[in-house]
Design a protein around this ligand. Structure first.
Ligand SMILES: Cc1cc2nc3c(=O)[nH]c(=O)nc-3n(C[C@H](O)[C@H](O)[C@H](O)COP(=O)(O)O)c2cc1C
Length: 159
């Protein structure tokens, strides 16, 4: 017997997380990105990081094709960016500052940290796929506070 889906969302919403935008491309120049908090460190040797991507998301097919993704960890001032990338459709990168890294996936301006990853493993799990990537380049800014997500709402360290 399975638990109620809404209650499951609510319970998991009690696990406070940071907020990322996972960016990628489809191998033919088109850029994709989605807001994601199902992101975790997996292994140190070798360094591996995972993200869980809804198979219905437009970004899913792009990651599956290009086999690259960049984890952009958002700062506390980037809630608007998070909301923008949490909707499907349109040109999400219009008006957004970014550069393309070694993998070709966008690195968004002013993020707290980023990891450019090449997919090493993928696991088909329910309605999501777990992509496990090995970072090939990364950066961090040790001054800025993070954007947080808790009980279905955006938070920061001081509120
Ligand atoms: C805080 C937050 C966290 C989210 N985390 C995930 C996630 O980990 N994986 C996922 O597939 N979608 C997640 N979503 C939903 C996607 O951002 C949303 O479905 C998006 O519209 C997908 O964009 P796309 O279809 O352009 O790829 C999250 C949304 C929010 C607001």
């Amino acid at each position: 017997m399975s638990v109620d889906q809404q209650e499951f969302r609510g319970v998991m919403g009690h696990f406070a997380t940071g907020v990322t935008v996972i960016t990628t491309h489809d191998g033919s120049g088109a850029l994709f990105g989605l807001t994601a908090n199902a992101v975790s460190s997996v292994s140190l040797e070798p360094p591996l990081v995972l993200c869980c991507i809804d198979k219905g998301a437009e970004s899913y097919a792009a990651i599956a094709r290009s086999r690259v993704f960049t984890v952009n960890i958002l700062g506390h001032q980037q809630e608007v960016l998070s909301r923008k990338f949490a909707k499907s459709g349109g040109d999400k990168f219009a008006g957004v500052g970014y550069r393309q890294g070694k993998t070709g996936a966008p690195i968004l301006n002013d993020v707290l940290a980023h990891l450019e990853c090449e997919v090493r493993y993928d696991f088909d799990t329910g309605d999501h796929t777990i992509f496990v990537g090995e970072p090939i380049d990364m950066s961090m800014d040790q001054e800025t506070d993070p954007l947080l997500y808790f009980r279905g709402g955006y938070r920061n360290l001081r509120a």
